[in-house]
Design a protein around this ligand. Structure first.
Ligand SMILES: C[S@@+](CC[C@H](N)C(=O)[O-])C[C@H]1O[C@@H](n2cnc3c(N)ncnc32)[C@H](O)[C@@H]1O
Length: 193
């Protein structure tokens, strides 16, 4: 089944709970600039996009599902926020170069897009990337297809040009009932030159 049809079905069935941003963006939102342009890539219902807009950033949100984008547009309007919500499949070419002060990606993983995501950041731009790992502590967390799961420390390898601001990949070290397990995240800063 094509991805748009699959995700439209999921979002048509989804309840009306307000989406939340990913945990790393919530925890480290104080790193965000006070103005500038932000992109929430594969935004779904746009929990990240709504937080970015609330923080004063001019926010674009892209997702392949027109149903999700329609719901996000209504949520933004109801909250008095402006989000440029676009129904489109994300490709390397569509991201452009040197365009965003902040990019967020959560619960979505396409390793082929990593170089284009890096290139789409302006100098000093921040990337917040949080998604599921292969080495899960339980079978139900995230996708089952390993193609969509991070290998150990893979975010570090995918974004070599970024300066690491915060990084987490706890794996199964220590008490696995504590801390963020099953997901890794990276906050990275684009450095000029
Ligand atoms: C698990 S959801 C995550 C949504 C959101 N980022 C979040 O954290 O709640 C994955 C999202 O990726 C979107 N997606 C899948 N393939 C895509 C593509 N090629 N281009 C843009 N969005 C895509 C889906 O429609 C879905 O909203």
């Amino acid at each position: 089944m094509d991805a748009r049809v699959k995700w439209d079905r999921i979002y048509n069935k989804a309840g009306s709970n307000k989406p939340t941003a990913c945990s790393s963006l919530i925890e480290y939102q104080y790193l965000l600039p006070q103005s500038g342009e932000a992109l929430d890539l594969a935004c779904g219902l746009g929990g990240n996009a709504l937080l970015l807009a609330q923080c004063g950033l001019q926010t674009t949100a892209i997702d392949i599902s027109p149903v999700a984008i329609g719901k996000l547009q209504r949520l933004a309007t109801d909250s008095g926020l402006t989000v440029n919500a676009v129904a489109q499949s994300v490709t390397a070419d569509s991201l452009g170069a040197n365009r965003y002060d902040v990019i967020t990606v959560s619960n979505y993983f396409d390793r082929e897009l990593a170089p284009a995501i890096s290139a789409a950041l302006k100098p000093d731009g921040l990337l917040f990337y949080q998604t599921f790992v292969n080495d899960k502590t339980g079978p139900d967390a995230g996708p089952s297809n390993p193609e969509f799961l991070l290998k150990p420390n893979e975010l570090l390898r995918l974004f070599p040009a970024l300066s690491i601001v915060v990084y987490s990949d706890l794996g199964r070290v220590g008490d696995t009932t504590a801390g963020l397990r099953n997901q890794s995240f990276l906050v990275g800063r684009s450095v000029a030159g």
